[in-house]
Design a protein around this ligand. Structure first.
Ligand SMILES: [Zn+2]
Length: 233
């Protein structure tokens, strides 16, 4: 069964959260990053639920009740800080030190992306959503929305922030994070049309073994498999 991850974009609706530089609203940043985290985790095969999918008012009790009723395996609340326009950086909270492993994994993976100004570390706090969740919970304050440097990270580096959070959740759950490949990846253009890349799947001294390998590959659906004999120089 797929693990269940509950992501909680802080604030929303009537509650804008902190108001930052250029009237940036915390609730909008939180939701945008949370949706990116959700997309990344779904690609990793996890089940994901958000406490809100749009700009709606949701009480703290509704958030924790939804996560508890759904029996989530972990809960991550996403927020932005604000203080005195001088404070900078990222910090991640758990309810107690003994339940800080999720917070530590999420925090360290976001730090690895480099999308922060100051590493304020992991801390404990009795925030409502950390206290009233039945599963492991963490609350990340991505950056301070009320100074220019941090606000820039919140607006231009959301993909890095989301990737760090998603990787940290996978790490906590013991799931290897598989990088995005296939349709989303950039394929470089063909530079030299005379160069082809043959895929080799074994070299044998005895032709019988080579033919056995061809048979195996054909059974796997690689119909255009063939043998090339060559002499070692
Ligand atoms: Zn907040």
């Amino acid at each position: 069964m797929a693990k269940k991850v509950f992501i909680d974009p802080g604030h929303g609706g009537n509650d804008s959260g902190a108001v930052g530089v250029d009237k940036l609203l915390e609730k909008n940043i939180n939701l945008s990053v949370a949706k990116k985290v959700k997309d990344l985790l779904i690609k990793q095969g996890l089940e994901v639920k958000l406490s809100r999918e749009s700009d709606t008012t949701v009480s703290l009790e509704q958030r924790t009740t939804a996560a508890n009723n759904w029996k989530a395996d972990c809960f991550v609340s996403i927020h932005c800080n604000a203080y005195n326009t001088a404070a900078h950086g990222i910090e991640t909270f758990s309810y107690t030190e003994s339940t800080s492993n999720l917070a530590k994994d999420v925090h360290s993976e976001v730090i690895k992306t480099g999308a922060y100004t100051v590493n304020r570390g992991t801390k404990t706090a009795s925030f409502y959503v950390l206290k009233h969740t039945n599963m492991r919970a963490a609350l990340i304050e991505l950056a301070f929305i009320d100074n220019k440097e941090d606000a820039k990270i919140l607006t231009t580096r959301q993909d890095d922030l989301a990737l760090g959070v998603a990787k940290g959740i996978c790490k906590y759950l013991g799931i290897e994070y598989k990088p995005d490949s296939g349709s989303g990846g950039e394929i470089p253009p063909v530079v030299d049309t005379n160069t082809f890349y043959r895929v080799v799947c074994g070299s044998f001294n005895n032709r019988v073994y080579a033919e056995e390998r061809v048979e195996e590959l054909k059974q796997l659906g690689y119909e255009d498999t063939f043998i090339i004999a060559y002499t070692k120089e």
